[in-house]
Design a protein. Structure first.
Length: 156
């Protein structure tokens, strides 16, 4: 009796497993034709024909030219092509050290503002000269990262 009961349980489990696996199968025709817009590429210009069920990739050739991947002038925008904050910090430090005789200190982001500390190594003597140099450094940093407000602190 127990062997017969075991066989019926095994048969029921096998039937259930078979039904579950066939229900999960994909019908490529149904997937490709269920689009709200029918058989067409993502921008709607190129239609798929001859029953090939292939999507045209002509509009995907140069992925870097997609508008979604462009560097926008908005803080903290992320895309495939946008530089990281670390790269921007390196660029800021590089321009300060290459175009001045000063040492770039800390550079940090706070929302839409970049705070830059520069050490003049005692070379600036007057307050007027210090203000002029701060404006010059601020202009240099603005050329590197124009999408941010720049706050420059010039230390002795």
């Amino acid at each position: 009796m127990e062997g017969k009961n075991m066989k019926s349980k095994l048969l029921i489990m096998t039937a259930f497993l078979l039904a579950a696996l066939t229900a999960c199968g994909q019908n490529d025709n149904a997937i490709n034709n269920d689009s709200e817009y029918g058989d067409q590429s993502r921008d709607g210009r190129d239609f798929v024909g001859n029953g090939l069920n292939q999507v045209s990739n002509n509009d995907w050739d140069n992925e870097a030219e997609r508008p979604s991947d462009q560097i926008l002038n908005t803080p903290h925008h992320t895309s495939n092509n946008s530089p990281s904050m670390g790269q921007q910090i390196d660029e800021i430090r590089g321009v300060i050290e290459s175009e001045t005789n000063y040492e770039a200190g800390s550079v940090w982001f706070n929302g839409n503002t970049i705070h830059v500390t520069v050490h003049d190594k005692g070379k600036i003597k007057t307050e007027k000269e210090r203000n002029k140099e701060m404006q010059r450094i601020q202009g240099m940093v603005n050329r590197v990262v124009p999408q941010y407000n720049v706050d420059v602190k010039l230390n002795k």
